[in-house]
Design a binder for this molecule. Structure first.
Ligand code: ADP
Length: 411
């Protein structure tokens, strides 16, 4: 049998070992870029990642140009865009030469060079794939012509292939970390839920005991019964929210999927919240564009989107504040925005908000009631019907929560 040479001790083994030393995405990409420089004798290297939603390539790691936002449109008009869209590697000896001989769509725009004050002459670029799917482009650059050989180009492709495997492992690791985090939050939530339910039920029990001893004092008995009803309603509201979220998560359609007039629904929701807004002395304003087209969505679920965003805005805004609900057409769809002048969200916590059971530290510390489940349901509903959600916020100044839903295109 043919003797295979040992893998251990080879340069590729060392490369794999060094890349696997990082398990998070960003450091892995940095190590890939550093290796590209070292292995090819390049002066600079950039890893672009594709952002399909914004149709652009983002220079996530760019050695020598740290801290500058590098973004280019995802089209054939740039070397990185061309590599990403054609899925083909490329080696260019002189970017000032005739690139259109390679492909007539190909150009070297010095947009990024100008931005970072660099002057690329030769470059080598290859797609970065994770399990066959192109996720970005790895580029090695030099300010002199003819710096990369055919072997260098092959080395870069090999490096990109190894990087793809490592990034796949990094992705799995991230999934595991996310799952662990969900598990941890679920346990925390069960503790919290037990506490949230136990406390009002204990109160109901105590009040009921008192009420039975108050036969001789009907007024006091009446007062106790009112408090019992209030406490019981709190528990029911909590359980209802849990059931609602669980139905949404299981993908159940609650109503009928049909064309829904979102501006009208916004108006109805705002009317339903008048009491809550009045109690909290928060002004609610509506800005509804009459040209808003309908969206095709479950008419039983979509009211939840409005009521959750609006009730959150009211709940997390102090008396005297203002909440604005705006609905208008935007990019073949409808944009729903809820602005408030409330407590805002700490910057580091924004990205967690749409995760199950997550409640921001400022919301918790203020003792505002909540479950951390509403926004998860909003996101699920929007995404199930092809929509998107997002938030911008300034701590202590206010927030803007938005949902974009595609327009009803069916007849
Ligand atoms: P809940 O409000 O029941 O806790 P949500 O899922 O609706 O759950 O919201 C999750 C978290 O997002 C809230 O606990 C709060 O920290 C934050 N949040 C939501 N809406 C706002 C808002 N309008 N202003 C500030 N924080 C908000």
């Amino acid at each position: 049998m043919e003797q295979r040479p040992p893998f251990r001790g080879t340069p590729w083994y060392s490369i794999l070992e060094s890349l696997l030393g990082h398990v998070d995405r960003e450091p892995t990409l940095r190590a890939v870029a550093e290796l590209a420089c070292k292995e090819l004798g390049a002066e600079r290297a950039t890893v672009f990642l594709v952002d399909h939603s914004r149709h652009l390539l983002r220079g996530t790691v760019a050695l020598g140009t740290e801290g500058r936002p590098l973004e280019i449109p995802l089209d054939f008009d740039s070397v990185a865009g061309w590599v990403c869209l054609t899925g083909r590697p490329i080696r260019i000896s002189d970017v000032g030469g005739d690139l259109q001989a390679i492909d007539e769509r190909l150009r070297h725009f010095d947009r990024i060079d100008r931005l970072v004050g660099y002057s690329t002459r030769s470059l080598c670029a290859t797609p970065l794939r994770v399990r066959g799917e192109i996720i970005g482009v790895l580029e090695a650059l030099h300010p002199e012509c003819d710096r990369f050989s055919a072997e260098d180009a092959e080395r870069l492709e090999d490096l990109a292939a190894v990087a793809g495997l490592v990034l796949h492992v990094a992705g799995l690791y991230q999934d595991i970390k996310d799952l662990r985090e969900v598990e941890r939050r679920k346990s925390d939530f069960i503790d919290l839920l037990a506490h949230e339910i136990k406390e009002p039920i204990a109160a109901v029990q105590m009040l009921a005991d008192f009420a039975t001893q108050m036969e001789h004092d009907p007024a006091e008995r009446h007062r106790l019964l009112d408090r019992i009803v209030l406490r019981a309603r709190q528990v029911t509201a909590l359980v209802n929210e849990l059931l609602e979220v669980s139905r949404v998560k299981r993908g159940l359609v609650l109503g009928e999927v049909r064309s829904v007039d979102l501006a009208r629904l916004a108006e109805a929701t705002a009317q339903g919240m008048e009491d809550l807004a009045e109690r909290r002395s928060v002004t609610v304003q509506l800005e509804l564009d009459p040209a808003t087209p309908p969206a095709r969505i479950d008419d039983g679920l979509v009211p939840y989107v409005f009521s959750n965003l609006l009730s959150n805005a009211i709940k997390y805004t102090d008396g005297g504040g203002t909440v604005r609900l705006c609905v208008r057409p935007e990019a073949q769809g409808v944009l729903i925005e809820v602005f408030d002048t409330g407590i805002g969200v700490p910057p580091g916590e924004l990205r967690h908000l749409f995760r199950e059971f997550y409640r921001a530290t400022n919301a918790r510390s203020r003792g505002v009631d909540g479950t951390g489940l509403g926004l998860v349901a909003v996101k699920e509903i929007a995404e199930r019907y092809g929509g998107r959600v997002g938030v911008d916020s300034t701590l202590g100044r206010g927030s803007r929560f938005w949902v974009w839903l595609p327009t009803d295109v069916e007849p």
